[in-house]
Ligand binder design. Structure first.
Ligand SMILES: Cc1cc2nc3c(=O)[nH]c(=O)nc-3n(C[C@H](O)[C@H](O)[C@H](O)COP(=O)(O)OP(=O)(O)OC[C@H]3O[C@@H](n4cnc5c(N)ncnc54)[C@H](O)[C@@H]3O)c2cc1C
Length: 388
C-alpha cells in the first residue's frame, strides 16, 4: 500500500515539477551555477518535494512517531528506498530523507534539541549534514584532526571537514571533533558530536563529483564557540554512537544501488528490443542479452540480500557482517549494471544528453562513500576472525 501511495504521490506532485525544470534536471551540467552552487530553481523544487512529502507522511516515515515520523519497519523503509530509486535519479530521489534529513543518530537529542533541530528536519523545513571526513582522514576517521577544546563553559572548535554532502545548504551540521586525546580515550573514544549552525562555519571550496556538482563542500571551523546544550548525546561518546547506525547507512545506500540497477536494466532491456543492427533487434545477440540477464541475476540477489538485512535489523539481530556483504555486493553489482547499460546503448550510452554516464559515475561513487569496497571487505574478514 505504501509503495502504491508513493507512486501516486510522485505522479501527482513530483513529475509536474520535473517537467517544469526540463534540462535543469535531466542534464546535470545545467543544475548548477558556474561557481558550483546548485541553482536556486533546483534547490526550490527539491524543497517543495521534501515539504510536500513530509506533509504526506513519506519523507521521514522511518523515524519514530515520538519525533513526528511514521515509525515504519526497516523492511518497509528499505523497500521504499529501492522503489523510489527504481524510477531513476530525478526529483523522486528527494521524496525520502537522504543525508540532508533526519537519521536515528539524532534521536540522541534531548527535549530542547528535538524541538529546535529534529522535528523541523522531520517536517522537511530544515536540512542538515553529517560532518566526519577531513582532508587528511576518511576511512580512518577516528584519527580526525579536528579538535574541540574546553574554554570556560563552552567548547571551541577548530578544523576543516571535507566532502560534506549538503554542506553548502544545510541549516545545521552534526560535526565530530576530538575532545579527549586518543592516548587517553582509546581509538574510538574521546570524540564528541556537536550541533553547529550554518552561520558558525565558513563554507570552503566545493568538492565536486561529476553528475552531482555542488552537493559536497568543505566546512571550515575557526574558533567556533559551542555551548554544552549543543552536544549531541554524551561527550566523548560521539563516534561509538555514530557506529551504532553505520549498518543502517549501508543498507540505505545498497537499497539505492538495487533500485537504480532495476531502473537501468529496464531501460537497457527496452533499448535491446527496439534497436536494430544487422537486420534484427540487438537483444537477439546473445552477448547483448547476456549482459542484461547477468545484471538481472545480480540485481535479484542483491535485492534479496538487502531484504534479509532489513528483516534482521527489525528483529534486533547483529547485522555488521550482513550489511557490509550487502553494501559491497549491491554497489559492485550496480557498477556492473551501469557499465552494461552504457555498452548496450552503444554511442548513445556515452552521449552527454543521456543519463547513462552519470549513472556510471554515481555507481562508482557508491563504492566509496559509505565505507569503501576495501573497508566493507575488511569488516567481513574481521567478522570471520581474520585480519587481527
Ligand atoms: C560524493 C561524496 C559524498 C560524501 N559525503 C560525506 C558526508 O556527507 N559526510 C562525511 O563525513 N563524509 C562524506 N564523504 C567522504 C567519504 O566518507 C570518504 O571519501 C570515504 O570514507 C573514503 O575516505 P577517503 O576519501 O579519505 O579515502 P581513504 O580513506 O584515504 O582511502 C583511500 C583508499 O585506500 C583504501 N584504504 C584505506 N584504508 C584501508 C584499509 N585499512 N584497508 C584497505 N584499504 C584501505 C580505501 O579503500 C581507498 O581505496 C563523501 C565522499 C564523497 C565522494
Amino acid at each position: 500500500m505504501i509503495l502504491e501511495s508513493l507512486d501516486d504521490f510522485i505522479e501527482r506532485e513530483v513529475e509536474p515539477l520535473e517537467e517544469g525544470l526540463g534540462e535543469a534536471l535531466t542534464n546535470p551540467r545545467r543544475g548548477h551555477e558556474p561557481n558550483g552552487r546548485v541553482t536556486d530553481e533546483l534547490l526550490n523544487a527539491i524543497e517543495t518535494v521534501r515539504k510536500k512529502s513530509a506533509e504526506s507522511g513519506f519523507y521521514a516515515m522511518n523515524m519514530p512517531e515520538e519525533v513526528g515520523g511514521g515509525g515504519v519497519s526497516t523492511v518497509t523503509w528499505y523497500r521504499s528506498i529501492k522503489h523510489v530509486f527504481s524510477k531513476g535519479r530525478g526529483l523522486n530521489k528527494y521524496v525520502l530523507a537522504g543525508p540532508e534529513g533526519p537519521k536515528p543518530l539524532l534521536l540522541l537529542a534531548d527535549a530542547r534539541q528535538r524541538e529546535m533541530y529534529v522535528r523541523p528536519l522531520v517536517r522537511g523545513e530544515k536540512t542538515t549534514a553529517f560532518a566526519q571526513t577531513e582532508p587528511s582522514v576518511g576511512s580512518d576517521s577516528p584519527n580526525m584532526k579536528m579538535a574541540a577544546e574546553r574554554d570556560g563553559d563552552e567548547w571551541v572548535l577548530n578544523g576543516t571537514k571535507q566532502w560534506i554532502t549538503n554542506g553548502p545548504y544545510a541549516d545545521f551540521a552534526q560535526v565530530f571533533a576530538r575532545t579527549t586525546p586518543q592516548e587517553e580515550a582509546g581509538r574510538y573514544g574521546g570524540i564528541t558530536c556537536f550541533i553547529v549552525e550554518s552561520d558558525e562555519w565558513e563554507r570552503g571550496s566545493f568538492n565536486n563529483v561529476p553528475g552531482q556538482v555542488g552537493w559536497q563542500s568543505e566546512l571550515r571551523f575557526d574558533d567556533v564557540r559551542i555551548p554544552d546544550d549543543r552536544v549531541l548525546g554524551e561527550v566523548d561518546n560521539g563516534f561509538y554512537a555514530a557506529m551504532d547506525f553505520l549498518s543502517l547507512g549501508r543498507l540505505e545506500l545498497g537499497a539505492q544501488a538495487v533500485g537504480l540497477s532495476d531502473h537501468l536494466l529496464a531501460l537497457a532491456t527496452e533499448y535491446a528490443r527496439d534497436r536494430e543492427a544487422f537486420g534484427q533487434p540487438i537483444g537477439n545477440f546473445q552477448q547483448v542479452s547476456s549482459m542484461i540477464a547477468r545484471g538481472r541475476a545480480k540485481q535479484y540477489a542483491a535485492e534479496t540480500a538487502g531484504l534479509r538485512c532489513a528483516w534482521l535489523m527489525d528483529n534486533d539481530e547483529d547485522v555488521v557482517e550482513d550489511t557490509s556483504i550487502f553494501n559491497w555486493f549491491a554497489t559492485q553489482s550496480f557498477w556492473e549494471v551501469a557499465d552494461a547499460a552504457v555498452q548496450v546503448h552503444g554511442g548513445s550510452g556515452l552521449a552527454e544528453e543521456n543519463p547513462f554516464m552519470d549513472h556510471l559515475h554515481y555507481a562508482r561513487m557508491l563504492r566509496i562513500v559509505e565505507g569503501t569496497d576495501e573497508l566493507q571487505l575488511n569488516t567481513i574478514a574481521k567478522q570471520n576472525g581474520l585480519l587481527g
